[in-house]
Design a protein around this ligand. Sequence first.
Ligand SMILES: C[S@@+](CC[C@H](N)C(=O)[O-])C[C@H]1O[C@@H](n2cnc3c(N)ncnc32)[C@H](O)[C@@H]1O
Length: 296
Amino acid sequence: MDPASPRTVARAPGVGPPVLEGAAGNMVSESAVRDRAARARTRPGRLAACDRWLEVREADLLREPRHGASPVVDVGFGGSPVTTVELAARVWAIAPGCGVVGYEVDSARAEAAVGASRGTALRFLRGGFQEVVRADPLARVIRVMNVLRSYPASESAPVHRLLGGALVEGGLLMEGTSDTDGHVLTAWLKRRRGDSLDTEGLLVFTDFARGFGPWLFRDFLPKDSRRAVVDGSWLRAWFEQWERCWSEVRVSGTRSAAELFRLSLTGLSSERGDIDPCSDLGNGFALWRCASSGGH
Ligand SMILES: C[S@@+](CC[C@H](N)C(=O)[O-])C[C@H]1O[C@@H](n2cnc3c(N)ncnc32)[C@H](O)[C@@H]1O
């Protein structure tokens, strides 16, 4: 079915869209959020860390037959559909039947991407948040990378909740920011549970091309968190704790950036129970289950 066509499948009772109840109990309507076209910059490999996460950690969600034709959705693919094409290749490696849909609010960019389509398996559509929310069927995964950086920080939560209503039960929202080449990336992972969108954690990734110290991630935090790194905040406390673990490893001898990451993370996880060192994904990944520490 065309994701842009009117919905014909009833949603679960009491569940959005266009309205989804967030953890804070706020109801979000479509009118609360508007699309903003922005810079088109993208690059091959930029979002490879997101693809890796999906491949390793979300294989069951991608393969779940109960979700039928529900696709993986990439919102805001930019001036070239390359990262969506890469996403599709990773998804198909583990779930060959899963459709992938890229949305872009800028008409010229959306039109230019059509040549990269692969029938119904990979489609590129002109559309913004409202089109994603109205699409049928619901999405298994919605990825929104390097899109909200051009929105006011106050719009992140409404966008999250709005898009949460476009997910299947157990579906994943991945929203965050990276540098131009994907050397450093962070993303909120949020999952639909009934009428709520639960924060599972903050994913951080680096390939060490920029060296490593925990504060490296600050400039690439999701938009709603960037200004939250202030004295006394839970986010600052987390950075400071990791920084202390990193310093302790560093003074114990010369280490590569990759070793500093791994060993400082081991130290951090021994001090707090909400760190997933993601050893199954390879060095450079960590998930901070900050929801369980009351952070977000
Ligand atoms: C910087 S590019 C990011 C491209 C790619 N996701 C990446 O990370 O490399 C951001 C794109 O998102 C698009 N965009 C902004 N708001 C959007 C929305 N509400 N829906 C769809 N696309 C949107 C912009 O037009 C722009 O082309």
